[in-house]
Structure formats: structure tokens, C-alpha cells
Ligand binder design. Sequence first.
Ligand code: PMV
Length: 353
Amino acid sequence: MNCQANIPSDFHGTVKWQSPSNIALVKYWGKKGVQLPQNPSISFTLSNCRTETEMSFDVSDHFSLHFQFEGKENPAFAAKIEKFMLDHIADFPWLNHLSLNISSSNSFPHSSGIASSASSMSALVLCLLDIDRMLQGKTDIDLQKTSCFARIASGSASRSVFPVMALWGKTNAFATSSDEYAVSLENQINPIFKTYRDAILIVSDAAKSVSSRAGHSLMENNPYAAARYAQANRNIESLLAALRDGDLETFMQITESEAMQLHALMMCSNPSYILMRPNSLNIINAVRQYREETHVPLCFTLDAGPNVHLLYPEQYAGSVETFINESLVRYCTDSKWIKDCVGNGPKKIEVER
Ligand code: PMV
């Protein structure tokens, strides 16, 4: 036994977790303190866009870390992970006595323009918390704690820990909500929302010109920041009610308005920047026209990038996919789009050794 961290001297093994990306409906944009949100946010947990991370560990006389992404060294990501772990050595003192070998890969193509920090950071934290669980002799991982550490690694990652839908950030409209961690909304929503599909139209797969981190900090001097945070809080209240009642009209109105506000905030930052592309707008216009003509409850949202997520209940999948293939793939780079849907949250993969 290592007395300081209670590690058996032969402690070694491998843990492996798959964790999904998520798409925010009410957006987190602007932070304070230690990665705390300026306003609450709500997201769908996705299914097909995910990261798989394997972490092997062996007792060692000091902490060491080796990281590979998709079979290759990735010094930038390795440095980010190492910093995160060293920052939390007091929470996981056993890290001082382990050498870690981490390999990670994404289910979505390399250059798809899909942000991977939510899936990758939640998968990483799940591996860490799993080792912590073993050392504490517990049977289950504490999801609240996982969400809390995932939040510190990357804000939106806090929501990926839960199936179907999650809410992160304190709101009076939800008693157990917190700025520190996300909570599950799985049992607070009308069943229609569990059938939702997300078609991700890849307008551009180029790296973003302004990172999310820089975008969050530009909110500090954004002249519309206070109005935005107040509006986001009102949107959370209305969206929670719409989710409970199965009110698709309100759901669509808030979801689209949130995407537009996010991008408007970027345009009003100093310096101003634009992440939408002409084809993002072409898709938005076509979706609005299609909805008016067909009354199919199809709506869009955007992340901090040019790609457009189309959200719709499963029962409309046939019509929407025909619409995408006939009218929207022309706006996608190399006709690329990804079929995703609401998912069941992270999954532990048993490793045979
Ligand atoms: O988690 P971050 O720091 O990458 O920020 C995510 C920001 C948005 O994706 C634009 C909104 C959100 O709530 O996910």
C-alpha cells in the first residue's frame, strides 16, 4: 500500500469510456470564476458523434502521462490534459503515483468541423472518476462529481455526462440546478423529445477562426452582455415549460432565436467576427421556407461555427432527409452531412486483458 494515496502496490489496469457530444438549445456563451456559466444552458445529448477514450494505469513513483489521438502523438491536447490533471492533483492525490497511457479517438471524421471538447473531455473525466471509484471501493461513478470536473475541463462537457437532455447553470425554474454541474432533464420532458434527430450539415470543415475560449472572453466587454444573460434566463424558463408540455412551436422559436443570438453576439463583439458562412444562411432560409410550406416541425440551431444542426422528431425523418438530399446538400462541403439523434449518454466499454 502507498499510505499517502492508498494505492495497492500492484494497482494497474485499463478503463475505457465512450462519451457523446451535445448540441445546446439555450446556449452557454460567457463565463465567470472557475469556468462557471454567465447563464444556464440546455442541450440534447447526441449519440453518433462521440469520443472513445482508453486509459491504462500503472503504479509509478511519480505522475506521468502519455497521450495519443487516433494513433498519433498530439502534444497540444496532451499538454491540455496534463494541465487539467495537475490542477486537480489535490482532488485525485493518487495521480502522483500513477503513470497513465491514454488513447482517444472520435467517431466523427477528423475535419468535420464538429467541436469535440464536450465528448473528449467528458470521456477523459469518466476514465479518471472510474479509477477513483476503484480506489475508493465503490460500485458506481458519482455523475454529479463527473459533471463538475467535466465542466472545469470544458464547460459544455458538463452536459454530455447525462442521457437525452441536460441543464447546466442555476435557474429558479429548476430546483436542483447548479452552476457547478449539469443535471439530467431525461424525466422532465415530453416523450416526443426523446425521438429527436439531429442532421448536422457540414457547411465548412475548416478550423474556426476564433476559438470558443476567445469567444467566451469577448463577452466580458460585449455591450449586449447583460441583456443577453437576462434573455437566456427567460428562454430557459420558457423552454423548460415547452419541453414538459411537448410544445414544439415554442421549442422551435426559442431554439432558432438562441442560435441567431449567439451569432449576433459574435458580430457585436469587439473585435467583431463572423463564423456563419453564406451557405449557413442559405440553409436557414431554406429551412424556414420548407417549414412554412410543409408545416413539418423542423428547426435549426448552430454551434459556435458555420455548420447547421437540423432538429426534428423521428416521425418526420423520411420527409426531412428527402428535403436535405434534394435541397440542402448543395450548400454542404463535399455534400457532407452527419445523421445523429438524441442518445443515451456515456457508456463504459469492458476491456479484455
Ligand atoms: O464548452 P465550450 O467552452 O466549448 O463552449 C461551448 C459554447 C457553445 O457550444 C457555443 C454553446 C454551448 O452551450 O454548448
